[in-house]
Design a protein around this ligand. Sequence first.
Ligand code: MN3
Length: 237
Amino acid sequence: MSSRREFLKQAGIGGGVLLFGNGMAAAAGMSKEGQPIEAGTHQLAPLPYDYNALEPVIDEQTLRLHHGKHHAAYVKGLNTAEVKLKEARAANDFSLIKHWERELAFHGSGHILHAIFWENLSPNGGGKPDGKLAQAIDAEFGSFDAFKAQLIAATNAVEASGWGVFAYHVPFQKLVILQAEKHQDLTIWGAIPLLVIDVWEHAYYLKYQNRRSDFVTAIFDIINWKNVVGRLDQAMK
Ligand code: MN3
């Protein structure tokens, strides 16, 4: 419980890294201590840094809107979908089931990806991973440069709104780079996101306008590799 959290803090696993339960739960605002989140009660967690902390890569105005409006809307949408599905079960009325299942997948995925994205970034980020993650990347992709080139290319090429996703695939026990259209399309079931890059226009348009690739390249200056390693550790358990 809290003693475990204290232990992790004292062990130096910090910087916004939360390690609980399993890989999918390892983000602020997710379930902790193995307790399921009751329908309709998801909450928006505060950012692990100030709104201006990621300047100049991400400007304060963009981050305020992105977290306080866009991410907040996904949390609200997820809660609404869960409540509506609960009501549908109670009434045994599934006439709108397709709509609410779509809302659940869209907003639930939007909430999770943003919660991970905030923790993937740090004012003290950048550089390259080392140790276990560096070895795993070399083994799967050949080199860090080849991995980075593929992740950048995949992220830049996402059609319309979506994400670049670096994940650990549990059944295959291997690292994989994916694109996500919207928040929920194009995954391989079983993949746990380790590092995600939001390329919806709301993530960059105020500062970068149409230059998505400039934003994606700049993001590498603020990646918190310690957080990515922590996620890999949890996903591999
Ligand atoms: Mn977004």
